[in-house]
Design a protein around this ligand. Structure first.
Ligand code: OX2
Length: 839
């Protein structure tokens, strides 16, 4: 029957990785060959990096056959394909993940071990591709992992930034940014495909002309052309043959341009032109949830989106699919509004270049795009000033006007006389200086709109996108975020992986709901003990790492209280700082007070221009500088700010956490995804009822979650009433003591000016309700400490958190996108033999 045939298939596919894992000798041969033939080194002269690259090439060789087989399967079957358009892909290092997905991690460890090397050491050689800021970029990375694992045909499209997110260092406790030259030592994971380069136009003007059928048409006469060159990285699924493609575009100057100017004698002009062109993919903008309105940023967005859409048209052509079937071949997802110019660009390509009728083109466009919104923060909503937009994309502005005119005609009929509504729905903001509203463009040009957690989707419908919801409620749905358990458990936490696999078998790695099986071991003393030992060992590792990096001693038996994420006022790292100061005040008032020892671990980058966020970092490090060395504290409090939080550092941190801090103001964090990584790795959460925290609490049960703070409707009510933070300050003696101590300059060698801007904002406006939530937070933290004293109870709660984290696998999220938005099925890949490939 078909199900046993399916199992047969499954077994056959999995057999491949098992065979590979048996092939240790071949792996060793290949590793040494690559050292010799790729690196040109023999062992005595080889550096650690040579060994890393030799191993990377060994793995890459094993990916190639799968990559080719996948491309062949999709091409011959003309498979429906997901195109995930994202300005950010925060991939993290590839080597470890590929070893795991190939099923050869342990063999590789043995092979390098026998040569006197340490695999982990080699893995740390890899410069991580930090082509993203935070949650949004990391979500894209988890999604392409899940798409490959679920064997769904997919392309990730983005920008190959030469400089990724800056490297953060600390100087006197202040953030200092260093450039991220991640390509410095080469990138073994990518292949340039110059044969598929495309031309991208900028600026200039438009002209009308009549074609041979006497039809009026428009032609865009650009001022400048830039080439987009694709760089492809294989994305291997877990224990499957599917290797999808991440296709990132690099901007290059077209050579013909240079030669023209060169021949006219303008050598410097030609070189300048080249530099200007290549600037396009030079650097990732380091703003997370803050729109800067920079012209180069709009150029970057248009650049990668136009490259990607032209690439899709090329794929249609080689598969001999008529352009009218674009939407049948591709499901194109917009990761936030950054790629939403794609709506206008696809219209331009279909109408101006493919010569389709407007209505046909519009139908195709709307059926192709889906739009994911990631934030409710008003300062993150993208708008482009009209003059700027006109200068960069004159043809697209005309197209947007046309889309808008047709759209508002329909709205006028539906909502007769409701001019205010029409003004709100318009793609153009008209009050004051005029802007193009990218979220409105994305909503109008997409057949599906989704938020990233239940609460967030509800708030979109009630608030930010209310008018669009009232117009087309059927377009809206929720897709709660998820993260990949391959990177965030198997790779990051090998000890926990072994324990779970020995307990349940390894099925959970592809089906995270199976973790529920851990619940029946909760009363098994031996299991609980092993669980505790895993956490203890992970904490000891992190303690060693922190001691080496920061020269502060850490007690692995203290409660590891962790907040790692971008630094932002709405995420309220400074609320955690206030709590630390409150505990410090208790000790100063009564040095013999009994207190559960805690290690507070922070990590995260501040946008370079976000002064308040940088001051928040300084506040945390300044508190650490006092608390860590005050003899009265007797080691009961330690504060460590780990510089340069990244995917790599996250992999060390999540597995070692006891407590996960998810303390954003209710209604501000769309979802959060770090919260899920902590939960999977057996940390308990202290959190507000915000984003996916709510769903985490639903899954684990109230009794296994530390909830505090105002609810979203309460925040709104306080806002409406006119919130006066000064009243909270006056009512709470503990809060007053904390604020006054910071304000006095106690943590700044007596200089009361340093933290004045931060304290002033809190006392006067407190836009994120820290003072309103302070007492509730401290009380909840006291409850945390009380529970932590009972180690056994804590362990049971931690096990239940992990056991109930199945919902937050990105596999679940991607299955929902596939069935509810993309309408796409899996296409299993059969491994082609050498002979097949060559034929
Ligand atoms: C982030 C959101 O802030 C975060 O809550 C969410 O989990 C993540 O996206 C993935 O959906 N930039 N980053 C985000 O939104 C924007 C805009």
């Amino acid at each position: 029957d078909s199900s046993s045939a399916g199992q047969e298939d499954d077994r056959e596919r999995r057999g491949i990785s098992e065979r590979a894992s048996l092939d240790k000798r071949a792996l060793r041969r290949s590793f040494l060959d690559n050292l010799l033939y790729v690196q040109g080194k023999f062992p005595r002269l080889a550096t650690k990096n040579d060994y890393y690259l030799a191993l990377a090439h060994t793995v890459r060789d094993r990916l190639m056959q799968r990559w080719i087989s996948t491309a062949a399967a999709y091409t011959t079957q003309c498979s429906r394909t997901v195109c995930y358009l994202s300005a950010e892909f925060l991939m993290g290092p590839h080597l470890g993940n590929n070893l795991i997905n190939l099923g050869i991690y342990d063999v590789a460890a043995e092979v390098v071990g026998e040569l006197g090397l340490d695999l982990e050491d080699l893995l740390y050689q890899e410069e991580e591709p930090g082509l993203g800021n935070g949650g949004l970029g990391r979500l894209a990375a988890c999604f392409i992992d899940s798409l490959a694992t679920l064997e769904v045909p997919a392309l990730g499209y983005g920008i190959r930034y030469e400089y990724g997110i800056f490297h953060q260092t600390l100087s006197d406790g202040w953030q200092v940014e260093k450039t991220d030259k991640w390509l410095r030592f080469g990138n073994p994971w990518e292949l340039a495909r110059p044969e598929w380069a495309v031309e991208i136009k900028f600026g200039g003007h438009t002209e009308q002309y009549t074609d041979e059928h006497q039809r009026l048409r428009v032609r865009w006469v650009a001022a400048r052309i830039v080439n987009g060159v694709p760089y492809d990285t294989p994305i291997l699924g877990y224990h499957v043959n599917t290797a999808n493609t991440l296709r990132l575009w690099k901007a290059e100057a077209p050579e013909s341009f240079d030669f023209g100017q060169f021949n006219r004698g303008d050598y410097a002009g030609a070189v300048t032109q080249k530099i200007v062109s290549e600037n396009l993919s030079k650097v990732l903008y380091p703003n997370d949830e803050q729109e800067a309105g920079k012209e180069l940023r709009l150029q970057q967005q248009f650049f990668f989106v136009s490259c990607s859409l032209q690439d899709m048209l090329r794929i249609l052509q080689i598969q001999r699919i008529p352009v009218e079937k674009f939407h049948e071949k591709f499901a194109v997802q917009l990761n936030d509004t950054h790629p939403s110019i794609g709506v206008a660009e696809l219209m331009r390509l279909l109408v101006d270049e493919q010569l389709l009728a407007w209505d046909t083109a519009w139908d195709i466009t709307c059926k192709s795009f889906g739009y994911t919104n990631h934030t409710l923060m008003p300062e993150a909503l993208e708008r482009w000033s009209l003059p700027l937009f006109q200068r960069v994309l004159p043809r697209h502005l005309e197209i947007i006007y046309e889309i808008n005119a047709r759209f508002l005609d329909q709205v006028r009929i539906r909502f007769f006389g409701d001019e205010a509504r029409i003004a709100r729905l318009s793609l153009i903001e008209e009050q004051g200086p005029r802007y193009v509203r990218m979220a409105n463009l994305a909503c109008v040009g997409s057949h599906a709109i989704n938020g990233v957690a239940d609460l967030h989707t509800e708030l979109l419908k009630q608030d930010v996108l209310k008018d669009f919801y009232e117009l087309c409620p059927e377009k809206f749905s929720n897709k709660t975020n998820g993260v990949t358990p391959r990177r965030w458990i198997v790779l990051a936490n090998p000890r926990l992986t072994s324990l779970i696999t020995e307990t349940l078998g390894d099925g959970w790695i592809r089906d995270l709901d199976l973790l529920r099986g851990l619940e029946s071991h909760i009363d098994d003393a031996a299991f609980v003990q092993r669980w505790q030992a895993v956490k203890r060992a992970n904490k000891a590792d992190l303690a060693t790492h922190i001691e080496r990096r920061l020269q502060i001693s850490i007690d692995p038996d203290s409660l590891f209280d962790v907040q790692v994420k971008r630094i932002h006022e709405y995420k309220r790292q400074h609320l955690a700082a206030l709590h630390i100061v409150a505990l410090y005040c208790r000790i100063k008032a009564n040095p013999n007070i009994e207190m559960v020892p805690r290690t507070f671990i922070f990590g995260g980058k501040a946008a370079p221009g976000y002064h308040m966020a940088k001051l928040m970092i300084k506040l945390i490090t300044a508190i650490g500088d006092v608390v860590n060395f005050d003899p009265d504290v007797r080691g009961r409090l330690k504060v460590a700010f780990l510089p340069n939080f990244s995917v790599t550092n996250g992999q060390r941190i999540y597995p070692a956490a006891d407590l996960s801090e998810q303390i954003s103001t209710a209604g501000k964090e769309a979802s959060g995804t770090g919260n899920m990584k902590f939960q999977m790795n057996g940390a308990l959460t202290i959190g507000t009822m915000d984003g996916a925290n709510i769903e985490i609490m639903e899954e684990v049960g109230k009794e296994n979650f530390f909830q505090f703070g105002l609810l979203t409707p309460e925040v709104y009510a306080w806002q409406a009433r006119g919130y006066r933070p000064q009243e909270c300050y006056e009512r709470s003696p503990a809060l007053r003591e904390v604020i006054d101590l910071i304000g006095s300059g106690y943590f700044a060698r007596g200089d009361s000016s340093v933290f004045k801007p931060l304290i002033d904002v809190l006392l006067r406006y407190d836009p994120y309700f820290l003072l309103a939530d302070f007492d509730s937070y401290v009380a909840c933290q006291d409850e945390v400490s009380a529970v932590y004293k009972d180690k056994h109870r804590w362990a049971r709660m931690a096990i239940l958190n992990s056991a109930r984290s199945g919902k937050f696998s990105s596999d679940r999220t991607i299955r929902q996108y596939c069935s509810e938005i993309w309408n796409v099925d899996k296409v299993p890949v059969r491994l082609l033999s050498q002979e097949d490939v060559e034929a």
